[in-house]
Design a protein around this ligand. Structure first.
Ligand code: 6PG
Length: 237
């Protein structure tokens, strides 16, 4: 693994392949959750915001297997970074994917699902009322168009903490619900796992924008306080 130059607050580590990214990401999540749980003067609990898409599935599987005994999961509260406006039974539901990969296998303290079945606008209002003042860990991914969570280009400004958004074709399910940049500013650790050569051109543009302070993409504006990027060699161009 090697680190590469990035924006001042960001940290970029490159791994040989997606499996190594998932393994490093899982270990980083375990460490961050345990640090939050044991933090002096803290609540004795930890919170994590999960990402959808395909990249984090391997990490979720590792947390549920390799790391099943490494965290007192009952002390961890789960949130979602975004969701499609569909019920949890729908094939495109992020909750469905995470439930199968991890939530059904580990005894988490609480799971705050985005109720996509209510429709994007109602689900966004309902979900916003469940959010804590701070998240200990936030997982992020990035699409080849520079979107993250369900914040898609162009930058339109997303007020509040949770927004009803639209995904353009060909993304699955147009109506979405997403944490906004203001909500992601509540993350203690923001961990982005990005793999695959199809992401390389956009990632280079995002790194340049994050370094220049001239963002035009959602992945460029989220968490200016810093993101830890875990990449595979293919995504690093
Ligand atoms: C979603 C995700 C989304 C994802 C990117 C990357 O709901 O789809 O939250 O932001 O992280 O689209 O997806 P892949 O990991 O599948 O490339």
């Amino acid at each position: 693994m090697r680190t590469v130059p990035a924006a001042p607050n960001d940290r970029v580590t490159v791994f040989p392949d997606p499996a190594a990214v998932a393994a490093a990401g899982a270990a980083r999540v375990v460490d961050a959750l345990n640090a939050a749980i044991s933090a002096p003067g803290g609540s004795g609990r930890a919170s994590i915001v999960l990402s959808g898409g395909s990249t984090p599935k391997a990490l979720y599987e590792l947390l549920a297997t390799r790391h099943a005994n490494d965290v007192e999961w009952i002390l961890v509260d789960v949130y979602f970074g975004d969701e499609r406006a569909v019920p949890p039974s729908h094939a495109d539901s992020n909750a469905k994917m995470v439930e199968a990969a991890m939530l059904s296998r580990l005894p988490f303290g609480s799971v705050h699902r985005i109720e996509g079945e209510r429709g994007a606008a109602d689900a966004a209002v309902a979900y916003a009322s469940t959010l804590p003042a701070r998240f200990d860990v936030c997982l992020l991914g990035m699409g080849a168009d520079g979107h993250t969570a369900s914040l898609f280009p162009p930058l339109t400004g997303w007020p509040g903490l949770v927004a009803a958004t639209k995904a353009p074709p060909p993304f699955a399910v147009s109506d979405r619900i997403s944490l906004t940049p203001a909500a992601f500013d509540r993350c203690g650790l923001a961990l982005a796992m990005i793999t695959g050569k199809d992401k390389a051109p956009m990632l280079a543009r995002v790194f340049a924008e994050r370094a220049s302070g001239k963002p035009t993409l959602p992945m460029s504006i989220v968490r200016p306080a810093g993101i830890e990027f875990l990449l595979d060699s293919a995504a690093n161009g």
